[in-house]
Design a protein around this ligand. Structure first.
Ligand SMILES: Cc1cc2nc3c(=O)[nH]c(=O)nc-3n(C[C@H](O)[C@H](O)[C@H](O)COP(=O)(O)O)c2cc1C
Length: 128
């Protein structure tokens, strides 16, 4: 048993339709706070279930839109997908990831048509 700020989020996470994660890439990985959030989804783990999950809903969508100061974007996309996969325990079985590279300059994404298009597509997919 662990009680912290995540405890209050459990019913919201369990009953939502979709979740959007926006985060930077730090040292080629999930930033520490987001990793801690992922770790706390262990609350949904139930080894007596065939899929190890006691989530009430298992049809939720998860999108991760990440920003990296540099890259390599393809490597980071693989890293993000590997981590997003673990949210299946909390019922997010369907996921999409996008990493926007060269994001060090604030506002620079406004000049990057591909990253803006990806943001639109991710949101449309989440809301569909
Ligand atoms: C601790 C730390 C580690 C970082 N590691 C990486 C990295 O491994 N690769 C990379 O491309 N950018 C890295 N960056 C740059 C961030 O990804 C970039 O600053 C961020 O995406 C932009 O968001 P922000 O404006 O919130 O900082 C790092 C930044 C910080 C502060």
């Amino acid at each position: 048993m662990q009680k912290d700020d995540f405890t209050a989020l459990i019913p919201e996470i369990d009953s939502c339709d979709a979740m959007l994660i926006l985060a930077p890439v730090y040292w080629d990985q999930f930033p520490a706070q987001l990793k801690a959030f992922l770790d706390r989804t262990y609350s949904f783990m139930d080894f007596t279930q065939p899929d190890f999950s006691m989530a009430g809903r298992k049809d939720k969508k998860l999108a991760g839109y990440f920003f990296a100061g540099f890259g390599p974007v393809d490597v980071y996309t693989g890293m993000v997908e590997t981590n997003l996969k673990s949210f299946a325990t909390a019922g997010f079985r369907d996921y999409k990831a996008h990493v926007a590279g060269d994001a060090n300059v604030p506002g620079s994404i406004m000049d990057k048509a591909d990253d803006l298009k990806a943001a639109d597509e991710v949101c449309e997919w989440l809301l569909a």
